[in-house]
Write a protein that binds this ligand. Structure first.
Ligand code: ZN
Length: 201
């Protein structure tokens, strides 16, 4: 489990990234860290891209409904002004942010803030997703969380899309995606429920 670093002398900021596939508990881990900071009376702000409208406009909502308040923003440049006087900034669904997110997170960290970013590290094709690779490169701390593959029980690192739609950004829940391990991801549609080839397993 991730433990916050201890300070000696003046506090400096840093960047944490929580990444992994869908259903791996990224948002739950983000909320766990933010809630502990709030209990310590640190001022916490949470941001997410406006593209994610699955749930309420003003809440970070994890899949188990363990939620805390957040602000939707259109561009990562808005982080700078909105984080005045804040100690800890949480960013959810970071893969959907613009390419300036890594630079803006570094500005916040230089200002002394703790920046905690949660996001998908790979899209449904298995390719690095949006600004996440750059964030992984500049972060002090990286936590990769995993789902469990429903086909074989191995650790799942992929978000497999259960439809033929080729758009990179497609929001949805269990009807559209499932977590898969490396092997089952590469087996592809053979394992899809509608293929009928998994009957009897
Ligand atoms: Zn598998």
């Amino acid at each position: 489990m991730f433990l916050e670093p201890q300070f000696r002398g003046q506090r400096s900021g840093w960047i944490e990234v929580i990444c992994g596939s869908m259903f791996s508990g990224k948002t739950e881990e983000l909320i766990r860290r933010l809630k502990r900071a709030k209990i310590a009376n640190q001022r916490v702000e949470i941001f997410k891209p406006q593209i994610d409208r699955r749930y309420s406009e003003s809440m970070v909502v994890s899949h188990d409904a363990n939620s805390i308040h957040s602000t939707s923003i259109a561009h990562s440049n808005e982080l700078i002004a909105l984080s005045e006087g804040v100690t800890v900034v949480g960013i959810d669904e970071a893969q959907f942010f613009d390419e300036d997110l890594p630079e803006n997170c570094q500005k916040l960290a230089l200002r002394g803030l703790r920046v905690i970013i949660a996001g998908l590290d790979m899209d449904f094709r298995g390719k690095p997703f949006g600004p996440i690779p750059q964030l992984l490169a500049v972060a002090e701390y990286i936590t990769k969380v995993h789902a469990i593959c429903p086909h074989c029980g191995n650790l799942a690192v992929h978000s497999y899309r259960l439809t033929a739609n080729e758009e990179t950004v497609m929001l949805g829940e269990k009807d559209l995606y499932e977590p898969r391990c490396r092997t089952c991801f590469h087996l592809g549609s053979v394992l899809d429920p509608q293929s009928g080839k998994t009957d009897g397993h």
